[in-house]
Design a protein around this ligand. Sequence first.
Ligand SMILES: Nc1ncnc2c1ncn2[C@@H]1O[C@H](COP(=O)(O)OP(=O)(O)OP(=O)(O)O)[C@@H](O)[C@H]1O
Ligand SMILES: [Mg+2]
Length: 488
Amino acid sequence: MKRRAQRKKIGGRRNNKMNGTTLASHLKVQLGHTSKSNLSFFQNLLQSETRSHDLIQSSTTSVDVVDADVNLDDTTLILSQDFFCTPDYITPVDQNATKNLDCNQENPCPKSPDKLNTLKTKRFRLDDNLVDSSIPTFSCHQQALELENDTLDLDEFMTESVIVNGSQTKRNYVSQSAVALRCRAMPPPCIKNPYLKYTSDMDGDRFGYQRAKYAGIFSALVGGDGLSRYRTDFHELEQIGSGNFSRVFKVLKRIDGCLYAVKQITRQLYYDTERSKALMEIQALAALGSHENIVGYYSSWFENEKLYIQMELCDCSISVIKSSHALSEGQVLEAMHQIAMALQFIHEKGVVHLDVKPDNIYVKNGIYKLGDFGCATLLDGSLPIEEGDARYMPQEILNEKYDHLDKVDIFSLGAAIYELIRGLPLPGSGPQVSNLRDGKLPLLPSCSLQLQNLVKAMVDPDPTRRPSAKDLVENPIFDRVRKIGKIL
Ligand SMILES: Nc1ncnc2c1ncn2[C@@H]1O[C@H](COP(=O)(O)OP(=O)(O)OP(=O)(O)O)[C@@H](O)[C@H]1O
Ligand SMILES: [Mg+2]
């Protein structure tokens, strides 16, 4: 049976400065919300900021603040919203300046007050418009997106702070990254996409969009685990599936108003090996690119040691259809032909699926799509091999012979088709499964001889005698499909 491995990582590199007292107190709070793997970073940061603060306190007039930067180049993490969204990180020397703070309900993040008696030198001068306090901070979504694309290389946007005896007053200096992350924490409202007609999905709860907006904010801010990209970007509608270590949800993406499936790998990913194994699923999907018969992949991220995968939403898996009514031979042929095309596509790119089965064949608007690339690996065997559901595995893979991995997929598709024709699930073990592995199929009266022979060839115990995916696609049995595009 299938085993899975999963992992973590996280969001944004950061190089930040704050008022010493404030940052120290924030860090103490943050330490309570931060995963173990990030603790050492915060502890270092806390210590260095505390030292900086001590130096400032012991100074009277012109004192260069010790650079309390912490190099985060190798550290990735997501900080909770309150880390950036409090007035403290821009606490002015003049406490009266806090009166300039502009808090409002819609955007609880305050604007930066002018900082008095403080001169800052910048490694990278921000656009004045960005830091102009007259510009609402919420207007920086575009920058947030750009920053996200730039992997938040915050180092470029940080400021260095030097306290001098002068009266020169500088304007706000909230770093672009802090502004971007602040905005990132504000979920945009769910938008109805005017180009789509699936309104019935949302009509049930007309106020759901507004509610979701605030629910998103609070779950993102109040949740013990800090900023949630899932909650910020998506409105969860319902759970639509589950696997051994996963749950799949139908979600509405707030910013584009489209429906997607988000798969949450529920197993926590502590070890590097687990993480890199879990990454193989999305790396395979991303590398393969789009194909009509492969479930579409959009993005993925780690959150709280779990992996999330945003995918094209399909109607259901073919096993659900099979359980409600027997599939006609025409439907079976159609599914077989389309999944054979998916296999031809991935095999030509040097990838094998290794978990082809009815549960992993989805249907969307009558199109069959191969999904669940959790066991995908390279055809040449240069990546770890983790076979899928044992019921659909040929004997050679159970004997750990990996010379013809593409033919493993052909066997699995043959076993899946056999199951669909019979209309009964394959048992986990017993004579039926061992007969199948030996290539012995009982007669299937409801099915044409031509199709039975083809399935028999697909489950041949000798992998070299099984047809390739290309052979399958070109088999004359599918002529009807090719001619009319769809078998009715
Ligand atoms: N893109 C999608 N659209 C619609 N339903 C989906 C989608 N992805 C997954 N599902 C549903 O969720 C179920 C579980 O998904 P998936 O097979 O990817 O999880 P898994 O943990 O890898 O499962 P397993 O280990 O049991 O194969 C699927 O069988 C399907 O019913
Ligand atoms: Mg699956």
